[in-house]
Each structure stands twice: as structure tokens, then as C-alpha cells.
Design a protein around this ligand. Structure first.
Ligand SMILES: [Zn+2]
Ligand SMILES: [Zn+2]
Length: 279
């Protein structure tokens, strides 16, 4: 049995039933609106045929040695978002963090390279307030990369990936989604960083790859429009899962279900998924 959405969930309706998410929603709206101003790359410049072998070997697109993307617009917008947060009087501790971050970014003469190396490659030279920069950096990156990730989805053969990390950026999944019915039922994993969705095995833990269903279980939560917690008793990892279609924008946004992370944590489960919300 699965939950079928009658109508798509809007963000306003979700916030009315989950008012404690309002402050996260406000920050998200502010950063998202600024990120929308980034000038987009031309996806036709990506030479897919040259990337084919690396794709088959499991190299994510952004870690490819043959694909080059100009990230300077990302650095420019990320820097201006940090500066506008730093000058805000309403954000309290967050504005303070943004102020210390903004000084560091201003002094970096090669910010695009450093920021992207740190976001994608886990470059160990973390800046001040890494949580805030990771959130802002990935929000801008996801917007910027959209033409490329759309073209990538059209190009790639999902059957030939089926890995437990994102085909675009290599991150572990933040969430999952169950789509289709009966024999056509599939699980997609969802990247919380670049927002790519990709196919993965239906019954298998994406963190330790355990496929023994005696160790795999589900916590359902009433009134959550198909959102549930799938977890693995073997590694204690869990994945928030949207069992349904049509409300992806709201229900797969990760920040909209932070309360499910709290429920999972109370049950002794560990968030092994990549997260942008450890601010
Ligand atoms: Zn990704
Ligand atoms: Zn596991």
C-alpha cells in the first residue's frame, strides 16, 4: 500500500501544518531568490561522448577529468549572498557567522576554484562557518548546474549507474522517492546538494549496501503526505523517503522534513546522508 497524493502539496500549505519550519523557510527563500540570479552555463558545451567511459567506471560528472565547467558565476553570487546576510539585522547568530565568512571570502583571490574544490572534492581546508558556506554554495551550484543536470539526465542510461552516490556530484543521497506501481515500481535517490535524482535498487541500504530485508524496516508517520523513514538495522543509517509523486518540490526538499530527522534521531538512528542543514 502506498500513499497517493490527491493534489500537489504547496509550500504554504506545508508551512501551515508545520509552523516550526517557518524560519528555515525564510532563510531558504532569501538564498534561493539570490541564487536564481546566477547566469547559467551552456550545456551544449559539455562533450558527453568524451565522458562516456568515466561514467561507466562510476566517476561522477563533476569529478570528470574531461569535463570543464566555469564556476566563476557561482563564486560571485555566493559571495554576494554571504555579504547580504552579513548586513542583515534580523538574523542574529547567522548574521554574525556570515560576517566572519564574508571577510574570508573577500580576501580569497581564487574563490571559484577553492569553493568548488571544497564543495565537490571535500578539500580539507574548510573555511570559517563551513555549514553556512556549504548550504549557500550548494544552493547556488544547484541553480547554476540545472541546464547541465537536465542535459545529463537526458543523456545518461540510468540502468548503467545504479550506484549509491550521486552521478552528478558524488554525494550520498539525502532522501529517496518511490515512484510507479506494481512491477514498474522504482526507487530514486535524491541528492541534497545538486538536486539530481537517480535510480537505485528498491530493497538495499544505500549506505552499507546490505540487501538482507530482515535488517531493513520502515517508520511511517501519520499526516506526512507519504513521507516516511526507511532504515537499516545493520548500519543504523536511515533515509527519509517520499512514497508518492507530484509534490517533489516540497517533499524532497530535505529542510521541509527536518522533523523526521528528529524522530529518527530519537530512535537511535544515524543520519549518514549528506546534509546542508547543519547550520
Ligand atoms: Zn549531487
Ligand atoms: Zn545499512
Amino acid at each position: 500500500m502506498w500513499a497517493t497524493d490527491i493534489s500537489p502539496v504547496t509550500q504554504d500549505a506545508w508551512l501551515r501544518t508545520h509552523p516550526y519550519l517557518q524560519s528555515v523557510a525564510d532563510l531558504h527563500a532569501l538564498v534561493d531568490t539570490a541564487a536564481a540570479g546566477v547566469s547559467l552555463p551552456d550545456p551544449s558545451a559539455v562533450r558527453w561522448e568524451e565522458y562516456g567511459d568515466e561514467f561507466l567506471e562510476g566517476v561522477p560528472l563533476l569529478l570528470s577529468s574531461v569535463i570543464t565547467i566555469d564556476y566563476s558565476p557561482v563564486a560571485k553570487i555566493a559571495r554576494s549572498i554571504v555579504e547580504s546576510l552579513a548586513s542583515s539585522h534580523a538574523l542574529g547568530k547567522l548574521a554574525e557567522e556570515a560576517r566572519s565568512l564574508s571577510g574570508e571570502l573577500r580576501d580569497d583571490t581564487d574563490l571559484a576554484r577553492h569553493l568548488v574544490a571544497w564543495l565537490i572534492d571535500d578539500d580539507p581546508s574548510a573555511p570559517a562557518c563551513p555549514g553556512l558556506l556549504r548550504y549557500i554554495g550548494w544552493t547556488v551550484m544547484a541553480q547554476y548546474l540545472r541546464p547541465v543536470t537536465d542535459a545529463f539526465r537526458a543523456w545518461r542510461d540510468e540502468e548503467r549507474w545504479l550506484r549509491n552516490y550521486c552521478p552528478t556530484c558524488g554525494s550520498q543521497p539525502a532522501m529517496a522517492q518511490l515512484v510507479g506501481v506494481d512491477q514498474g515500481r522504482q526507487r530514486l535517490l535524491s541528492c541534497g546538494c545538486c538536486r539530481t535524482r537517480w535510480r537505485y535498487k528498491r530493497t538495499s541500504c544505500p549506505f552499507c549496501e546490505n540487501a538482507d530485508d530482515r535488517h531493513l524496516a520502515v517508520v511511517t508517520v501519520d499526516g506526512e503526505r507519504g513521507l516516511r523513514i526507511d532504515y537499516c538495522g545493520s548500519c543504523k543509517g536511515y533515509l527519509k523517503t517520499y512514497d508518492g509523486e507530484g509534490s517533489e518540490t516540497v517533499l524532497l526538499a530535505d529542510w521541509t522534513s527536518i522533523h523526521l530527522d528528529v524522530i529518527a534521531c530519537d530512535r537511535g538512528l544515524k543520519r549518514l546522508a549528506a546534509s546542508l542543514y547543519e547550520l
